[in-house]
Every structure is written in structure tokens, then in C-alpha cells.
Design a protein around this ligand. Structure first.
Ligand code: DOR
Ligand code: ZN
Length: 355
């Protein structure tokens, strides 16, 4: 039993569903799942109801986070065709500006090249822009970023063609970073039958085994591991119009530690991709007196349900390595052997919310 002290993990891609869909998750249940998974900062995505695209909607998320979060948090603003002229005014209050070039859960979609270019031009150059941009859309955002002479971060890269394109862009000196989700490293087309058609809906979709292999082969190109924690109830996933998305906060560290045990990456790589790089790329603050203690050798089988409100995981039944034993957040032992010792509201917004 090897208990190892690691830095608090940082997940720059979670869907906390607040405002608008708190039956799936809210700031409290989602940040509890985060602590159980070893994360001490999570950044919430803007595809909520309403979407986070203006002062009003952002206030709703800020207030929910301030009242309920049990780990530190940030919020990403959504880029839409309605806020091209105003989004930049909210930059101080958020972590990044999220572009949806591909359709997914929620209403945010940036389809017009003019809107995309205007957002790229106006958003402060020292603040992250992150893009859901699959396949050919990846080429669009790489060119737009290049024309503005600014950086861009690509979320949930899943195809061989995408990771190779990012590798080549980096080799040419372009300022691009990317993240991969553990489900795209562990699941492929071949798992859809076993998981079930509704449950395996996710955007980007599960890809071919060759794509999964290409992600592992290009781990040196992958800057961050981010969960894309996207909780939906089982009744919704098994219903007639299954929403896309997997929960991931509680399984990502064990899955990546399992990869460390298998010799697919080193523990230092894991710490880099799950703590140091996300903090650096997204300009997130250091957290004083904050760390996690992990039994990196523990062997266990992922249960059907975890802390997340959604009540399921596509990884149920999978043997994994590594268990989070304790989490210390700003000096307080907030999670200890499965129990929480923290009040809603202890988590701090890493940016300056409106007062
Ligand atoms: O599968 C997904 N679900 N992909 C996304 O990009 C959004 C997410 C959600 O919000 O459910
Ligand atoms: Zn997402």
C-alpha cells in the first residue's frame, strides 16, 4: 500500500449543469464528485440553461458556485452569435471563452466564420480560447488563431487525424494546446454494444480502435487530461432521445493511474497533464496548503454509482488502480476515506466574480 502525495488535480472541462438542469448535477454534487476524484479546481462549461453568454446568466452560475461549491472552481463563458461585441467585457470573471463549432448538448453553436473571427479578434490575447472543433473544424480554428497571432486550446481531441494535425501545428511553432478525455483513451466503437447505444452517446463520439491507439502514441502532444464530466441521468440515457455525455470526475485519476501501472505514461506525466499544465495554460492560481493523498497501488472495480448525481458510469465493472484517500484544500482535510468534511460554499471562485 503506497500512499503518495500529489498536487490537487485541476479539471478544466466539467459540466456542472447549473443553472437549469440541477436534477443531473449541481455545483455541490459535482464538486463533491470532484473531491472524491482528487480534483481541487474544476472549471464549469457554459452549455447550461440558459447558456452562460452574458452578465445575467454568468451571475446565476457565479452565485450557485459561491453558495454550493466544495472545491475551488472557475467558469468558462460561451461564445455565441449574440455576444460577439460583448463577451470580452466579461473576461475578468471567467477562465476562458468556449467555442462550440460542432453540435452537442445544449444550444450553443458557432456556425458562422465571421462570428468565429470576431470572437478571436476581440477576446483578450492573454486569456484562453477553447474550442470544440472536430475534424475539419479543427483546421478552421487553427487558421483563425494563427491570423490573430494568438493561442488556442482544443478540447477533447479524439481522432488520429486531429492529434496528428495538432502535432504538426506545434512543430510549425503554432500556439496550440490540447486536452484528451480518458473515455477517448479507453473506449472505442468496439465498446458501444457492451455499454448500450443510448449510454454510449457522447460528443465527440467514440472512435475506432486505431484512433484510440493514435492518442496513446501521441501522448507527448497531449497537454492536459480533462474529464469532460457530462452527467445525464440513466433514465435520460436509456430514453428515446439519449443526451450525449459520460460522467468522469471519479474515474479519471484511477484510469490514468492504471495507465501508469501499465507503463503507458509515467506518474510525472500524469501530474503534468492533470495538475501543472492545466494550471499553467488556463492561468489558474496556486492553492496554498492543498494536496491529495492517493494509494497508487490500490486495486478496485469501478462501481455502478459514485458521488455524482447522475448515478451511472460507462466504466462500471472495470478493474482500475489507485484510490484517493485524502484531500486537503487550503489547509482543511475536506475528504477522508470516502467521507466529506466540508460545507457548501467552502470552494472559492478562482476569478473575480461581480460583487
Ligand atoms: O458528450 C458531450 N456531452 N459532449 C459535449 O461536448 C457536451 C456534453 C454535455 O454537456 O452533456
Ligand atoms: Zn464538454
Amino acid at each position: 500500500m503506497a500512499s503518495v502525495r500529489l498536487p490537487g488535480l485541476v479539471d478544466v472541462h466539467v459540466h456542472l449543469r447549473e443553472p437549469g438542469a440541477t436534477h443531473k448535477e449541481d455545483f455541490e454534487s459535482g464538486t463533491r464528485a470532484a473531491l472524491a476524484g482528487g480534483f481541487t479546481i474544476v472549471v464549469a462549461m457554459p452549455n447550461t440553461l440558459p447558456p452562460l453568454i452574458d452578465d445575467d446568466s454568468l451571475c446565476q452560475a457565479e452565485e450557485a458556485g459561491a453558495a454550493k461549491a466544495v472545491c475551488d472552481f472557475g467558469i468558462h463563458l460561451g461564445a455565441s452569435s449574440h455576444n460577439t461585441a460583448t463577451a470580452y467585457m466579461l473576461a475578468e470573471r471567467v477562465v476562458g471563452l468556449k467555442f462550440y463549432l460542432d453540435a452537442t448538448f445544449g444550444s450553443l453553436l458557432l456556425a458562422d466564420l465571421g462570428d468565429i473571427r470576431e470572437h478571436f479578434a476581440r477576446w483578450p490575447k492573454d486569456r484562453p480560447i477553447l474550442c470544440h472543433a472536430e475534424d475539419r473544424n479543427l483546421a478552421t480554428v487553427l487558421l483563425c488563431a494563427h491570423l490573430e497571432n494568438r493561442g488556442v486550446h482544443i478540447v477533447h481531441v479524439c481522432r488520429q487525424s486531429e492529434i496528428e494535425c495538432i502535432r504538426d501545428a506545434k512543430m510549425r511553432g503554432m500556439s496550440v494546446t490540447c486536452e484528451v478525455a480518458p473515455h477517448h483513451l479507453y473506449l472505442s466503437h468496439d465498446d458501444i454494444h457492451r455499454i448500450g447505444p443510448g449510454r454510449s452517446e457522447v460528443r465527440p463520439r467514440l472512435q475506432a480502435p486505431a484512433d484510440v491507439a493514435a492518442l496513446w502514441d501521441n501522448m507527448d502532444v497531449v497537454d492536459c487530461i480533462a474529464t469532460d464530466h457530462a452527467p445525464h441521468l440513466l433514465s435520460e440515457k436509456d430514453g428515446s432521445n439519449p443526451p450525449p455525455g459520460f460522467p468522469g470526475l471519479e474515474t479519471s485519476l484511477p484510469l490514468m493511474l492504471t495507465a501508469v501501472h501499465a507503463g503507458r505514461l509515467t506518474l510525472d506525466d500524469l501530474i503534468d497533464k492533470m495538475a501543472h499544465q492545466p494550471r499553467r495554460i488556463f492561468g489558474l492560481p496556486e492553492q496554498a496548503d492543498t494536496w491529495i493523498e492517493v494509494d497508487v497501488d490500490a486495486e478496485w472495480v469501478v462501481p455502478e454509482q459514485g458521488v455524482t448525481r447522475c448515478g451511472w458510469t460507462p466504466f462500471a465493472g472495470m478493474p482500475v488502480r489507485g484510490r484517493v484517500e485524502r484531500v486537503y484544500l487550503r489547509g482543511q482535510n475536506v475528504f477522508h476515506d470516502g467521507f466529506f468534511h466540508v460545507e457548501p460554499g467552502y470552494g472559492r471562485n478562482v476569478r473575480q466574480p461581480v460583487s
